[in-house]
Write a protein that binds this ligand. Structure first.
Ligand SMILES: NC(=O)c1ccc[n+]([C@@H]2O[C@H](COP(=O)([O-])OP(=O)(O)OC[C@H]3O[C@@H](n4cnc5c(N)ncnc54)[C@H](O)[C@@H]3O)[C@@H](O)[C@H]2O)c1
Length: 249
């Protein structure tokens, strides 16, 4: 991937950060997109220490102006966006549907689904001009299955998969491959925060993980790398489960 450019949203933490490191190790220039300057700049510095050509760009992925600006900046910095991993997403309120406030629904759809649409829209404008590119959207096993207490998150992630499949068909003959990944519980700062709020919740999750452990961010990153690489040249419109066997049950 030497000389290629990879753009990763939510690149300063968890799965996004592991993916920045994975692309960097393959020789790609890495654009880390995130909201917070301190963690964004720290990730950029960490990548540069590993010898990676890296640049942090600030954006809230649910803000169209931010996304448009970031994509233009990325293109002017490195000339192309070869790979994009649309990974950043907000969480969503859990609970019975009747308890979900309208503004909680709107906020989750904006932070999970609209943000993916926005990133794809401005990435695809650039990739179509180039005539090549690979996009991976981070969905979840929640995009494949129903979860009784998470109708909002699950609906938004099902939407990410629908967006992935339909746009993959639109761009199939244009040299652009679009796929999604569907991780199950993976040990990241997001999951650490969840465990602090609900200690012992991991025991419940492990009952649904045939492999008997949570995923590692690096294991998810490897799949993103493969889907973007030429080794996956015949793969498009897929929603790849990376879940320790969860969806096989
Ligand atoms: N960790 C899991 O178990 C798991 C499982 C399935 C899917 N996912 C998905 O993986 C992705 C990353 O999750 P993670 O566990 O690595 O989380 P994380 O909290 O460790 O990292 C998420 C990153 O995204 C950034 N982010 C969030 N909203 C943003 C916004 N509006 N604009 C810009 N940046 C924003 C955060 O600041 C953070 O840097 C999410 O889409 C999540 O839904 C995670």
């Amino acid at each position: 991937m030497k000389g290629k450019t990879a753009l990763i949203t939510g690149g300063s933490s968890g799965i996004g950060k592991a993916t920045c490191i994975a692309f960097g190790r393959e020789g790609a220039n890495v654009i880390v997109v995130s909201r917070t300057e301190s963690s964004g700049k720290a990730t950029e510095a960490e990548l540069r220490d590993l010898g990676v050509e890296a640049k942090w760009l600030q954006a809230d992925v649910s803000n169209p102006e931010d996304i448009k600006k970031v994509m233009e900046e990325a293109k002017s910095l490195y000339g192309t966006i070869d790979y994009a991993f649309n990974n950043a997403a907000s969480s969503a309120k859990s609970g019975m549907l009747t308890e979900i406030k309208e503004e909680e629904w709107e906020s989750a759809i904006s932070g999970i689904l609209t943000s993916t649409f926005l990133c794809m829209k401005y990435e695809l404008i650039i990739m179509e001009e180039q005539g090549f590119g690979a996009i991976v959207n981070n969905a979840s096993v929640d995009g494949l299955r129903g979860f009784p207490m998470d109708p909002v998150y699950s609906a938004a992630k099902h939407g990410v998969i629908g967006l992935t499949k339909s746009t993959a068909l639109q761009y199939a003959k244009k040299g652009i491959r679009i796929n999604a990944i569907c991780p199950s519980w993976t040990f990241t700062p997001r999951i650490e925060r969840l465990l602090q709020r609900s200690p012992g919740k991991d025991k419940e999750w492990l009952e649904h993980q045939p492999i008997g452990r949570l995923g590692k961010p690096e294991e998810i990153a490897e799949a993103v790398l493969w889907l973007c690489s030429d080794k996956a040249s015949f793969v498009l419109g897929t929603a790849l489960s990376i879940d320790g066997g969860y969806t096989a049950m």
